[in-house]
Design a protein around this ligand. Sequence first.
Ligand code: UD1
Ligand code: CA
Length: 507
Amino acid sequence: MDRQHQPITNQPTTTANSPHLDVLILAAGLGTRMRSRTAKVLHHLGGRPLIAHVCRVAAALMKESRPVFVIVGHQAEEVRAAVRAELGESGAVFITQTEQRGTGDAVMVARDLLQDADSTLLVLSGDVPLVRAETLVALIQQHRSHRGHGAACTLLSVRLDDPIGYGRVVRDAENRFERIVEQKDATPEERQINEINAGIYCFETGALFSALERVQPANAQGEYYLTDVPGILRADGAAVSVFLHTDAREVSGINTRVELAEFERLLRHRTLRRLMLDSGVTIVDPSHTYVSPEAKIGNDTVIHPGVHIEGGTIIGEGCEIRPGTRISNSRLGSGVQIKDHCVIVDSDIADHCTIGPFAHLRMNARLEEGAAIGNFVEMKKSKLGRKSKAMHLTYLGDATIGDGTNIGAGTITCNYDGKDKHATIIEDEVRIGSDTMLVAPVRVGARSVTGAGSVVKQDVPPDTLVAGVPAQIKRQLNVEQTPSAVVDVPATEQVQLEIEAAPVGTE
Ligand code: UD1
Ligand code: CA
């Protein structure tokens, strides 16, 4: 549901004695040139939708004290969700443009909410994701200080070697702004102009809407162009200023997937440079390493090629991440070794753990200090205690495993009965024999042992050997001989008790 516009009394964030600042983001278009069923502003850059990048910059300007206005249309529900994910529930006011009749029409649908506000309106495009807050602050300052009185409109322009596709800034004989002409409406001479309209503007809100009323769709695309407004204001004799920016990349929009890929590369290299120069991370091959701009990585950690680090992942110092691994929204302590081709999602790994190769940790898998996970082990919603190990071909789901426990090869927690998921608890210093099936809900007491091939359906008391199908108690284990401290279980050790050899239990 669209939110109601609350009357807002906050002070402006930029210059004193100027009207307050509102931000309007245009995000209703489909983005035909993307050739996608997904609205352009929902396509991802650096792991986040384009619109999220623009929202973050807007929030930085507003210091989160005022909501941002967002025009939605195509996939409005998804766009709203993406905006809320960035700005929070109350951070944005959404206005729906039911039919996409051009950028002028998009602004027009916000008229009722905005026209009476004595504000400066900063208009941003949802498809210009890399614009920096500093640049916008400079734009707003120029707008407010233009010739000592401020301008009715200030538009952001930039010179491009290849201006094809953009609106061009037409200047008069005195080099003053005259109007913007769109690519499709431009004469061959106008197409030679390389100064383009970036689609980022400051308007005095009242002047904007009075000019917008006069915009007609009499152009090659039959659309209401917002870009007609500065020309109309200029013709009215109002002050229109142009903020000529020098960094073309920063303010150019994304219109095609080719541009999206170029931006991705740019953003990636920025992130990797920062990690190498500021954080002291070794990136073995920066052209084949993918790290989210949000990720934090500690000193002297080494990242090998083909590694993807996504979301807000935090990695400590002195870790090594071997080739082909993906780590998403996870936390790794220091001195962690991740061997080749692991997938680690939403998980938490303490210091000095070892994982992989070919391990899969997901949904809050937690490894405590010095724990080890080996090849072809999957862990879901499970905790592995200090110095515990599961080195080969194992599934641990909904399991809580204590300290110093060894999980033998091929162990499965049978956590699903076809209807519900159940928990497995394995206490400290347990040895689970190879190919044990733990039919949950089930608990294995401290220092107990399961024989190879056991199917454990009932709780095993502490200090007990069980074996067989279904597993039966074979004997009590000598408690005296069991070390009480956390034992460092050798990684390769498998408990391979022969069922026949196991002492007869208590049948
Ligand atoms: C626009 C400018 C052009 C400028 C370029 C810079 C116009 C007419 N042209 O062109 O001068 O050089 O940006 O990137 O403004 N949108 C809506 N509703 C609509 C149409 C568009 O919300 O009915 C939104 C889009 O979702 C997008 C933004 O407005 O976020 C810009 O629209 P787009 O179609 O990309 O405009 P361009 O053709 O790039
Ligand atoms: Ca565009």
